[in-house]
Design a protein around this ligand. Structure first.
Ligand code: X8Z
Ligand code: ZN
Length: 596
């Protein structure tokens, strides 16, 4: 056998046969893809909006159909893009071809029956979560939505009531398990057909670096912030033990998940009053203030918009106010998990959120508007570049703004009269840490679980077991009661049935501290960084807008460099922001167990 023939480059062989695609062919292919995907995603966006705002069998079916069409197109373009691998094209075209191969979240198999099944399952899981209710004792007149459950978890200090709400909400998800298992199978088949080992491998490949390197990058970031988390965990555990007693909270074991103020124990700021430092409490309660001022949902959003316009961004379009959903409708089921939309991939921006008049939702509104202002900032890019630099960037922008909601800023809004002095910084920092630092391991573990599920390392009969192993490993949190495989606890968190990758939020919780630091420097802030607000600063606004306008046209380190001057994600910005608190926590924890 003549081995030399095998060494002839494929491109040459193709040229010899006269079949080699040219750069011009590649351009035609990409132009066609952009036009068709633009039209199809607009249509699917409308269908999805209607389903999530009005959950019925019909809207679910219409949404499934529209998303089936988009997915089929995306899958076909992902496969065909590989035909241009050996063609010499310019950087812009090369990046568009790459994005066509990578940008799917839930690829369906090419088989039409399986493609339809994939779309139906995805739509149905989303709807099941949206309709989720806990009806104590099966009494249909007493049903509780996620809003009611959220309120109990945030405000009740009665462990029995907390346990009931916790178990109650986790009863919505066992019926999802069968569909979820099947969806994993189908998505994996689809992923293999476009060249990935499984769907998790596809998700990890979306970060402008080899997928294994990305997984290591996450470990590195987590190791950077873990010492701070351990101190926060130890202090929180001690205080909860004082409140709920030695039998309820172990001295050196994981904290029961129902005692942390949030149904998923993902953010702990609602238990701040139980943890507040005696002589450094912040001295005001924004929840009470917003309610006392009779702030309504629209006013909350107006405050958010006002921050962005103060930076030089144009106001939201009138259609935003006409088409958004701010309040849970009384007469129908909706997916209330907050989201921001750009329905026409241009300027049809919307928020869908069931706003509660709380400090937490005040932050969430800024989070959502961050998505909308990002979407509009990149709408001058060609369609395939209308996305964030990586998905962590999308999640980080609004949060970055929310880090500027300092006491001095609240004074400007007329919400408080006086800022707590510097001696109260520990209280302010502790409040923030219970929100942001507590979140970090949660942000990481959801996809650690999903990656194992997609790779087959965790089979369906171990879903719940491994879920709780990971929650213990990363968060130091234990289930509120014994959880066997008859439960499907991951399904009680929106992003699992909603099929939204979650690593983005972990990244966002790192990135937002880098962004806040850099933008505060641009704004010339000389205060400790937790007291800096970029409100009204046009230079910081310009720097932010310049970063956002890039969209995904360049690898994310380019956008990071524009925004912060560095090309590396770095957990040290988190450590630096909370440095005085970390020191204080270490003192408080002296002689007490740390870790679990
Ligand atoms: O899902 C969200 C946003 C919508 S993108 C409200 N977040 C994560 C969650 O709620 O679990 C924001 C922080 C984490
Ligand atoms: Zn978001």
């Amino acid at each position: 056998m003549d081995r030399r023939i095998a060494l002839v480059p494929i491109a040459l062989l193709l040229a010899a046969c006269g079949n080699q695609p040219t750069a011009e062919d590649a351009k035609k292919f990409v132009d066609d893809a952009e036009a068709k995907l633009f039209a199809a995603t607009n249509e699917a966006g409308q269908a999805q909006w209607v389903q999530q705002n009005f959950i019925t069998q019909d809207t679910e079916a219409l949404n499934a159909k529209a998303s089936e069409r988009v997915t089929a197109l995306q899958v076909q373009y992902a496969k065909d893009a590989a035909k241009y691998d050996a063609v010499k094209v310019d950087d812009v075209l090369r990046r568009k071809l790459l994005l066509l191969k990578l940008s799917l979240t839930l690829p369906a198999p090419a088989d039409p029956k399986e493609a339809a099944e994939t779309a139906k399952l995805a739509a149905s899981l989303d709807a099941t979560y949206g309709k989720g209710k806990y009806c104590p004792g099966g009494d249909q007149s007493k049903c509780m939505t996620i809003d009611d459950i959220t309120k109990i978890m945030a405000t009740s200090r009665d462990p029995k009531q907390l346990l009931e709400a916790w178990t109650g909400w986790h009863s919505i998800s066992p019926p999802m398990k069968k569909d979820f298992v099947r969806l994993v199978e189908l998505a994996n088949k689809g992923s293999k057909e476009i060249g990935f080992a499984d769907t998790g491998a596809l998700w990890r490949s979306q970060y402008d670096m080899p997928p294994d390197e990305f997984a290591k990058e996450l470990d590195r970031l987590w190791e950077q912030v873990k010492p701070l988390y351990l101190q926060l965990h130890a202090y929180t555990r001690w205080k909860l033990r004082e409140k709920y007693g030695k039998d309820a909270v172990p001295e050196n074991g994981p904290i029961p998940a129902h005692l942390l103020g949030n149904i998923w124990a993902q953010q702990w700021n609602n238990v701040y009053p139980l943890l507040a430092p005696k002589d450094a409490d912040v001295g005001y309660d924004l929840n009470a203030i917003l309610k006392a001022k009779k702030t309504d949902a629209k006013q909350m959003v107006k405050y958010g918009e006002g921050f962005f316009t103060s930076l030089g961004f144009a106001p939201l379009p009138p259609t935003f106010w006409e088409r958004s959903l701010f309040v849970r409708p009384r007469d129908r089921d909706v997916v209330c998990h907050a989201s921001a939309w750009d329905v026409d991939n241009d300027n049809d921006l919307r928020v869908k959120m069931c706003i509660d008049i709380t400090e937490e939702d005040f932050d969430v509104i800024h989070h959502e508007l961050g998505h909308n202002f990002y979407q509009r900032a990149y709408n001058k890019q060609p369609f395939l570049f209308r996305n964030s630099a990586n998905d962590g960037f999308h999640e980080a922008i609004g949060d970055t703004i929310a880090l500027s909601l300092t006491p001095d800023y609240l004074i400007k809004l007329g919400l408080i009269n006086k800022a707590p002095d510097a001696s109260k910084d520990i209280g302010l920092l502790l409040q923030k840490a219970l929100d942001k630092v507590a979140f970090l391991p949660f942000g990481l573990l959801i996809d650690q679980w999903r990656w194992k599920v997609y790779s087959g390392q965790v089979p369906p009969d171990k879903y719940n077991q491994v879920w709780w192993e990971l929650r213990q490993k990363y968060q130091g949190v234990a289930p509120a009661s014994v959880r066997g495989e008859e439960f499907f606890d991951p399904g009680a968190k929106y992003h699992v049935p909603g099929n939204v990758p979650y690593t983005r939020y972990f990244l966002a919780h790192i990135l937002q501290f880098q962004f806040h630091k850099a933008l505060s420097e641009t704004a010339g802030c000389k205060d400790p960084v937790n007291r800096c607000s970029i409100y009204g600063n046009k230079e910081a606004g310009k720097r932010l807008a310049d970063g956002l306008e890039l969209g995904i046209s360049k690898p994310w380190p380019d956008a990071l460099e524009k925004l912060t001057g560095t090309r590396q994600m770095d957990g040290n910005a988190v450590r630096a922001y909370f440095a005085p608190l970390e020191k204080w926590l270490i003192e408080q924890n002296k002689g007490k167990p740390v870790g679990w």
